[in-house]
Design a protein around this ligand. Structure first.
Ligand code: SF4
Length: 443
């Protein structure tokens, strides 16, 4: 059944707005006590007093129950606007509502449909962040997700003279993202572990731990230890995001996960000094060493490199992809894979702000790279598709600058942000990206 048929034959008979993510999927940020059903609806606060007596309310909030009621009645919850906009483009448009529902058995969808909207349901897929502790402060991140970003703002004050949509993310320390200090009891974390022990370890198909840097959080290690000491008790697929930076305890990770099946997700989109510029805190050689150590241990189900495609990574992205392909040749097609995720926020860091001629150079470089690897036995179909999608995105004819862009504001912010970033972080834009120097100095 293709995606459109799934929508027409499985979802629509339930209701015109039914989405299983509202029942079975969540992202929960335990540091801020917030949750959402997928990455599109805005996050909302969980009642901290209620979760103490009923930890299932970490997910089953009043807001989600109201959204479920609407979906059962065929009404559209406002927070899911992202999907409605796509579906309103045409009768055959397929939104994320389909992709987020398709991952569950059809019987589970019917079960959700039969469950009264007022009832609590157990999650099947969950992404969780214990806190925002992180030793990196990447240029496209912000203080809501990194304690090192918080230090930058507290030490140096807000970034100034930014005028585009992302400006507020760099002007304050986002205190509401971390409601409890290190060592303080966090009722949301307590509720998660209570729910994990009572139900989640049986119902969850997949648990992905994100951060901050999760391997710097004691709670991540507590959970890994649970898997180690309760071998066979849970069939939940465990996945961990890690920046695999210098301070990450790889010895402990290897020792603790010997008997556990884990997927490891790590971020990178460039090599060498450009990578270190974009992902402030990264030491390129250490990241390579850490990936090599994990690969050669052969004890992970897969290592997945997530590339966030921004304006500054394209000069060396093909070298990173080459590096990944060489790892595949040594360790196998499935040992390591990549996804290319196009940055949309903060929009002044988007690759669309680059001058046309430079975008064309980068596009042609990727075309050459893809032509070399497209028939290889070790490349996945999704990797070809992601690369082709990026090539199309960089095509100045297919994606012109004007699209949803207030270009003068974005160019102002690009220049303002990187000038201040250089001063605060001891970096040098022009030395790192010589091919962009003339353009940058003209902004
Ligand atoms: S309808 Fe769309 S936005 Fe809403 S939860 Fe489902 S996938 Fe997410």
């Amino acid at each position: 059944m293709n995606d459109l048929e799934f929508r027409q034959q499985v979802l629509d008979p339930l209701s015109a707005s039914f989405c299983a993510a509202k029942w079975y999927n969540a992202t929960i940020w335990l540091g801020s006590g917030q949750t959402t059903s997928c990455h599109h609806p805005p996050a909302h606060l969980v009642d901290k007093d209620k979760v103490t007596t009923n930890p299932r309310l970490l997910h089953n909030t009043d807001q989600k129950k109201e959204d479920r009621r609407k979906m059962l009645a065929g009404e559209r919850p406002a927070g899911c606007e992202y999907c409605w906009k796509i579906e309103d483009m045409g009768r055959d448009a397929v939104s994320d509502r389909v992709y987020k529902s398709k991952i569950y058995p059809i019987e589970a969808l019917h079960e959700a449909y039969r469950t009264p909207a007022t009832e609590d349901v157990d999650l099947r897929t969950l992404e969780i962040a214990f806190d925002r502790t992180c030793q990196f402060a990447c240029s496209y991140c912000n203080p809501a997700f990194s304690s090192t970003w918080v230090k930058d703002i507290k030490r140096n004050g807000p970034y100034v003279n930014l005028v585009s949509d992302g400006r507020n993310h760099f002007t304050h320390a986002h205190e509401s993202s971390q409601l409890y200090r290190h060592g303080e009891t966090n009722p949301y974390v307590e509720a998660f572990f209570a729910w994990w022990e009572s139900d989640l370890h049986r119902t969850l198909q997949e648990l992905r731990i994100t951060g901050g840097e999760p391997l710097m959080s004691a709670d991540t290690w507590k959970l890994i230890d649970w898997f180690k000491t309760n071998k066979g008790k849970s069939s939940t697929r465990l996945a961990i995001n890690s920046n695999l930076g210098t301070d990450v305890d790889i010895d402990r990770l290897l020792a603790s996960t010997q008997d556990i099946e884990i997927d490891l997700y790590t971020s990178n989109e460039a090599v060498g000094t450009p990578a270190e510029y974009i992902r402030d805190g990264l030491v390129w050689a250490d990241w390579v060493d850490n990936v090599e150590r994990l690969l050669s241990s052969r004890q992970f189900r897969g290592i997945h490199v997530m590339a966030t495609i921004n304006a500054l990574c394209l000069g060396t992205l093909d070298q990173l992809l080459e590096c990944i392909m060489n790892w595949k040749l040594r360790y196998g097609k499935d040992a390591i894979s990549f996804t290319l995720n196009i940055l949309r926020f903060p929009s002044f860091q988007s690759s669309l702000i680059l001058p046309d001629a430079q975008r064309t150079v980068y596009r042609q470089r990727l075309e050459t790279w893809l032509a070399h690897w497209v028939d290889s036995d070790v490349i996945h179909e999704h990797e070809i598709n992601h690369t082709q999608r990026l090539i199309d995105y960089l095509d100045v004819v297919k994606t012109p600058h004007s699209e949803a862009f207030d270009r003068p504001k974005l160019l102002n912010d690009f220049q303002q942000f990187h000038t201040q970033y250089d001063q605060r972080r001891g970096k040098n834009f022009c030395e790192t990206f010589p091919e962009l120097e003339e353009w940058y100095n003209s902004l």
